[in-house]
Design a protein around this ligand. Structure first.
Ligand code: ATP
Ligand code: MN
Length: 553
């Protein structure tokens, strides 16, 4: 089934509208949008904000006042949660109770390490491995471990590759680095012929990657997360190269021990918003959006985004000096005497869109690298609610009011956790204003019953004064949400505001303040809108409108 663009065209220069107002359907989305737009300054702050120049200034240390206690505590929604925890209200089709949610039940939750039979084996290798050197191995790399599959390759010298792990073998003083050979079945350590060897433990990122599980990237409170953030912040940068593919410039950063990060450079100050005449697909990426989205994903309890940290690098010593290839030819000094480069990519990689240091210090986001495909291949899925990526075309979901019924009856959205994951993602994206969710990825080895990665938030946090309701289309069209997601939203709405928790979480980042204050304020406002939407879904269920009425609302 193709969830792609419809090919339907609106008149040239016509405004691209969201939703079809003439559609006589059952779509909560269209109804909600109408109601939402009719609202004036509602007491709960749920209104569409126009793009307007704010009076606040960017950044700054002064903590703004947190919003006054909201008038509406959504007690009706709270009651549903309490009933469900008491084993009542189980049949509520809008709020999926924990005991029907595979993300909560997790009958199985193996890690990549367990699936690949790596974790226990590595421990075994550490205790059993014996290193020796033979001259013939020096000629080429060879396969040196066989278990369920080939997982270890001896490389030219001093390193042993096991999946994405690289073990270094330190030679004795005075002995040149030697090729290594592992005897995994040897229980008694044998003396090596030409020197003692030792195994350097896997890096924090490698350990993290092996612990990625079927239902989440990392566990709540996982200490490796802050260890990785620290590594990416303080470890020396050994090598840099441009990442192929994608539309905008990204660099792959190599640290010691095989640790890698995906670097997105800062292009604008925090308070520069998406240009009013730019579509979502021609917006620039914002490095700070990647940092903020990682924190937000963690705070909301999803744990589906890789750790990201901000860092200021010296463009000369930490980029120019450690890179090679065509990218070197794109470095130059600007008229303002700043060191700049533009790299090579399909958009915005020219002198007019150069990335410039100040004068040669450059800020960027560093996202911990996902496991390589050798260790854990990913499957790329077309997002059913993908936008048209065309200035005059609409996507199918924008035209068909019962679109969710179509999605719901199609695997993998017809059972299990997948549809609920997309609804979580739409709430996450609505909070951050990310309209750029064209594809999503999962780890192949876990099959369909696995979480969807929250990858690529570069176009989030672009408009602080506009709430893009169409991002919520999956929630509004399907009218279903996890109990746990609703509980988290209510917790922040009625307790310590999300803006405060996120601001505090990001204080530890080296490039704090990460977000412009109006973007933080927008989060608290948008939570109300999501809660309103869920309430609307429940109301519709409890008080279905007669058919004729339904068609005119
Ligand atoms: N942390 C990561 N580690 C490894 N690979 C990653 C990571 N994040 C993203 N990628 C891969 O790199 C690709 C491009 O990344 P991303 O989508 O963030 O960049 P982009 O320039 O916005 O790309 P596009 O223009 O296609 O949206 C992704 O499709 C993903 O497969
Ligand atoms: Mn992107």
């Amino acid at each position: 089934m193709d969830y792609g663009i419809s090919g339907h065209r609106v008149p040239l220069h016509g405004r691209v509208k969201i939703g079809d107002d003439t559609d006589k359907g059952r779509s909560a989305y269209i109804e909600f949008r109408k109601r939402f737009l009719q609202k004036s300054n509602g007491s709960n702050g749920s209104r569409e904000y126009e793009q307007s120049a704010p009076s606040e200034t960017s950044g700054g240390d002064a903590e703004p006042r947190t919003p006054a206690t909201p008038a509406d505590r959504f007690e009706d929604l709270q009651r549903i949660l309490v009933f469900q925890l008491q084993g009542k209200s189980d049949d509520n089709p809008v709020v999926v109770p924990p005991h029907r949610d595979l993300n909560v039940l997790r009958p199985e939750n193996p890690t990549i390490g367990e699936m690949e039979d790596l974790e226990p084996r590595i421990a075994e290798y550490v205790s059993k491995a014996v290193f020796s050197s033979t001259t013939e191995q020096a000629q080429s790399s060879e396969v040196c471990i066989k278990t369920k599959q080939v997982i270890g390759v001896c490389h030219k010298s001093r390193t042993l590759h096991v999946g994405s792990l690289v073990f270094s073998v330190a030679p004795s003083p005075g002995v040149p680095p030697q090729p290594t050979h592992v005897h995994p079945c040897t229980t008694q350590p044998k003396p090596t012929r030409s020197g003692k060897s030792s195994i350097v433990n896997a890096s924090n990122l490698e350990k993290f990657q092996l612990k990625i599980a079927q239902h989440e990237l990392y566990e709540d409170g996982e200490p490796l997360v802050s260890a990785i953030l620290r590594d990416m912040t303080f470890e020396p940068i050994l090598h840099v190269e441009q990442k192929e593919g994608g539309t905008q410039l990204k660099l792959i950063i190599d640290y010691p021990n095989g640790v890698q990060a995906l670097f997105k450079p800062m292009r604008f100050a925090r308070d520069v918003q998406t240009l009013p005449n730019h579509f979502y697909f021609s917006d620039y990426e914002r490095h700070n959006a990647e940092i903020a989205a990682f924190h937000l994903d963690r705070i909301l309890g999803f744990r589906r985004a890789m750790p990201v940290v901000g860092r200021v690098v010296n463009m000369t010593t930490e980029i120019y000096d450690v890179t090679e290839g065509d990218i070197l030819k794109t470095f130059f000094v600007s008229p303002a005497n700043n060191f700049c480069f533009h790299g090579k990519c399909s958009y915005y990689c020219d002198t007019g869109h150069a990335i410039c240091g100040n004068p040669d210090m450059l800020e960027g986001s560093f996202a911990a690298f996902l496991p390589t495909s050798d260790l854990a291949e990913r499957k790329v899925w077309r997002h059913p609610w993908r936008r048209s990526y065309h200035k005059r075309r609409k996507a199918q979901w924008e035209l068909q009011s019962d679109y969710c019924d179509t999605v719901r009856s199609t695997p993998p959205y017809d059972s299990g956790r997948r549809l609920l994951d997309l609804i979580d993602m739409s709430i996450f994206d609505f909070l951050t204003g990310n309209m750029d969710r064209h594809h999503y990825e999962t780890f192949k080895m876990f099959g369909n019953e696995t979480f969807t990665l929250h990858l690529d938030q570069g176009r989030a946090f672009g408009k602080a004064f506009h709430d893009e309701l169409s991002i919520l289309a999956p929630l509004l069209q399907c009218c279903t949400v996890r109990h746990t997601t609703l509980a988290v939203l209510l917790k922040f709405h009625n307790g310590v505001p999300l803006s405060k928790v996120l601001r505090d979480s990001m204080k530890a980042d080296p490039v704090n303040p990460v977000l412009w204050e109006p973007h933080l304020a927008a989060l608290d406002r948008r939570i109300v809108t999501v809660l309103d939407a869920i309430r609307k879904c429940i109301d519709k269920l409890e008080n279905p409108l007669p058919n004729e009425l339904n068609s005119v609302v």
